[in-house]
Design a protein around this ligand. Structure first.
Ligand SMILES: Nc1ncnc2c1ncn2[C@@H]1O[C@H](COP(=O)(O)OP(=O)(O)O)[C@@H](O)[C@H]1O
Ligand SMILES: [Mg+2]
Length: 275
């Protein structure tokens, strides 16, 4: 379904004196249809940049992205739009993803108007009701505005909008990071249920190993732009090979910080080959 080969992204900054950030370095992976791949790593490790390269929101510096057998890295804008519909993204903050001036049903009907233009007004209304029920909202939420709903409810609306495109690939970038812990669990269960029912292929980005363990089939562990470990969730969690994965699993932020300081110190001494 989706293959990423040797993806690199370098951001340049500075006007007078150019400096570069290697956000993603030589990352490769493959997701099969109907499977969920997790990308996990601390903040700044390059997770969102990978998602943005796949959707071509940012241009990769090098590498290949093959979606349903077609190389999309150099695809022209017109054709790319068709592909983008097939890959929908949801983000951390649902409030900024929704138009505050539109009720929930207006927002969903608008999405359907854009991407299912063959629907009559009647069909759009019916489909809107179906989507609202699918994401676990009730008819009473239909005529509310985003500020009249909770963060979790708004994230359900964002998910409904994404699903209105009938995508094959869903990319969820920290979809529950802005929500309360109890709501997080509900949204994750919903995502997993819908993913199974619709046989969606999913890329789930998170800094939280527990979320990845619950939802994903396979996982990539990112550290400073590199994929330091990848494999099936059972084997990576059961028998982590890389010291950074073990630290993330310990869930002990203090340890992670110590390790990062240690790496920095070692980098200064120019001893980069040792793990
Ligand atoms: N538009 C940008 N311009 C310059 N640097 C960026 C940009 N976006 C991200 N970066 C840098 O790239 C690195 C990876 O960022 P990101 O992919 O957002 O990480 P994550 O999602 O894992 O937190 C970070 O060092 C970040 O500062
Ligand atoms: Mg991010």
């Amino acid at each position: 379904m989706l293959t990423v080969n040797d993806l690199c992204k370098r951001y340049s900054s500075g006007v007078w004196k150019k400096s570069y950030t290697q956000a993603v370095a030589h990352v490769s992976f493959h997701i099969e249809k109907g499977k969920v791949l997790g990308i996990v790593g601390e903040s700044g490790s390059g997770k969102s940049t990978i998602a943005q390269c796949i959707t071509r929101l940012v241009e990769p510096s090098s590498g290949e992205i093959i979606f349903r057998g077609e190389e999309i890295t150099r695809m022209k804008a017109g054709k790319l739009n068709k592909y983008r519909r097939n890959m929908q993204m949801i983000f951390q903050d649902p409030d900024s993803a929704l138009d505050p001036k539109m009720t929930i049903s207006e927002s969903l009907e608008e999405a359907l108007k854009l991407n299912q233009c063959h629907y009559s007004a009647e069909e759009r209304k019916r489909k809107t009701d179906e989507l609202i029920a699918l994401v676990g909202l009730n008819a009473e939420h239909k005529n509310r505005y985003p500020h009249q709903l909770s963060g979790g409810q708004n994230q359900r609306v964002v998910l409904a909008r994404a699903l209105s495109f009938d995508p094959e690939l869903l990319i969820a970038d920290e979809p529950t990071a802005s929500l309360d812990v109890s709501v997080q669990a509900q949204i994750l269960t919903l995502l997993k249920t819908i993913q199974r029912e619709k046989e969606l292929t999913m890329l789930l980005i998170s800094h939280d190993m527990e979320i990845v363990r619950r939802v994903c089939d396979e996982v990539i562990v990112m550290y400073r732009g590199e994929a330091v470990e990848k494999g099936r969730v059972e084997s990576v969690f059961g028998n982590p090979q890389h010291v950074y994965t073990r630290l993330l699993l310990d869930c002990n932020e203090e340890n992670v910080k110590k390790w990062i300081d240690y790496k920095k110190e070692k980098g200064k001494r120019g001893n980069k080959n040792e793990e």
